[in-house]
Design a protein around this ligand. Structure first.
Ligand code: NAD
Ligand code: DAU
Length: 353
């Protein structure tokens, strides 16, 4: 049994599906079901006793403590977070509450539970904290990619809150000996990603003939990783990572946002040659930049490769093709997530650009 937080979100749900398919052991999934949480992502597990869903908040220490004592997990895999940079600019409070206070609560309850475990279980227990490359700040064009020793320099309320949570996790290892692992991953894409993030937003807008909004000059660089590869990396770190260590995870896929958007458009042109919207790239629209927009992220993923033998299986081309196809084949899922609340967000974020 493992306890996953935020397992109804994009990466968490992919992780649970992958975990149950490969490890075959049960998961307790604690999720608050914010706008980003969607149980439909886990519909394939309906009726499967290996997935136990608990609707609740990681900030609720009493609930977390009860779940730990009841289910006795051998590990906690902590995904739950507010995760969207633009939302953190519009309203940072939820980011402070969940990402910092929530992680603190979870650590406190994990420590109390872990301290009471019998010796062998205590030694085997792991707290895996899923974090981001954004904590390292922004790279110049010729800077080496982020390594595990790059100093922290977060620039958005989102990345600052994740940086704070990373520091708390580190402190719980050094101070109390809690066997923690931290992963700092680059931008993910793939199935079940909520369409406020670049790639699904562009796919959906392109399919609907809406403008494809490019912030600033479109030359900001991100290092893209297919979500399936992120899940295998987390499993590798959980199985073989050294307690107290951090592992950077990335795809060796540095792309400008313009590259990414053109890739989506080209795949759609190829898959839908008769569409009246082909060529989809004619929908590209430059809009006002994101404040404090980090220019470049890139991950040096040699440590996880060297120590744990992990490398991504997908290239950007294979992963993007799978992803565009997935959105084309899941019109019902799209219909359900692009509800009134989603439309309200799009109006708020893009109305003023
Ligand atoms: P997401 O926004 O899609 O999902 C977050 C999930 O957490 C949702 O299901 C939500 O309901 C849940 N949640 C939010 N607040 C909660 C709370 N207080 N208690 C319980 N559940 C709560 O996020 P994601 O993209 O799947 O990211 C998951 C994790 O991975 C985050 O910690 C994020 O910082 C990290 N990460 C994301 C990426 C990326 O590209 N998406 C890259 C690197 C790291
Ligand atoms: O690097 C890892 C991070 O990647 C994760 O920690 C975050 O949770 C995740 O949201 C992601 O953050 P980004 O800010 O990089 O992702 P986003 O999809 O919002 O934006 C990707 C790039 O595309 C960024 O340079 C901003 C740009 N962009 C985004 C949107 C939504 C646009 O040009 N237009 C858009 O409409």
């Amino acid at each position: 049994m493992i306890l996953v937080t935020g397992g109804a979100g994009f990466i968490g749900s992919n992780f649970i599906l992958d975990w149950i398919a490969s490890e075959r052991t049960p998961v307790v999934n604690l999720d608050k079901l914010t706008y980003a949480g969607n149980l439909e992502n886990l519909a394939a597990l309906q009726g499967d006793p290996r997935h136990v869903f608990v609707h609740g908040d990681i900030c609720d220490g009493a609930l977390v403590g009860r779940l730990l004592r009841e289910h006795k997990p051998r590990a906690i895999v902590h995904f739950a977070a507010e995760s969207h940079v633009d939302r953190s600019i519009h309203g940072p409070a939820d980011f402070i509450e969940t990402n910092i206070n929530g992680t603190f609560r979870l650590l406190e309850e994990a420590r109390a539970y872990w301290q009471e475990l019998p010796q062998a279980e205590k030694a085997a227990f792991r707290f895996l904290h899923v974090s981001t490359d954004e904590v390292y700040g922004s790279l110049g064009p010729d800077d080496p990619p982020f390594s595990e020793t790059t100093p922290y320099a977060p620039n958005s309320p989102y990345s600052a809150s994740k940086a704070a949570s990373d520091h708390l996790v580190r402190a719980y290892h050094h101070t109390y000996g809690l066997p923690t692992l931290t992963t700092n991953c680059s931008n993910n894409y793939g199935a079940y990603q909520f369409p406020e993030k670049l790639i699904p937003l562009i796919i959906l807008n392109a399919l609907n003939g809406k403008p494809l909004p490019i912030y600033g000059d479109g030359l900001n660089i991100r290092d893209w990783l297919h979500v399936g590869d992120h899940c295998t990396a987390i499993r590798a770190v959980l199985a073989k990572g050294r307690p107290g260590e951090t592992y950077n995870i990335g795809g060796w896929n540095e792309k400008t946002n313009l590259d990414v958007v053109h890739t989506v458009c080209n795949i759609l042109d190829e898959l839908q040659p008769d569409s009246l919207l082909t060529p989809h790239a004619s929908l590209l629209t430059f809009v006002k930049d994101r404040p404090g927009h980090d220019r470049r992220y890139a991950i040096d993923a040699r440590k996880i490769e060297r120590e744990l033998g992990w490398r991504p299986a997908e290239t950007f081309e294979t992963g993007m093709r799978k992803t565009v196809r997935w959105y084309l084949e899941h019109a019902g899922w799209i219909q359900n997530v692009t509800s009134g609340a989603y439309r309200e967000w799009v109006g708020r974020n893009y109305g003023e650009r």
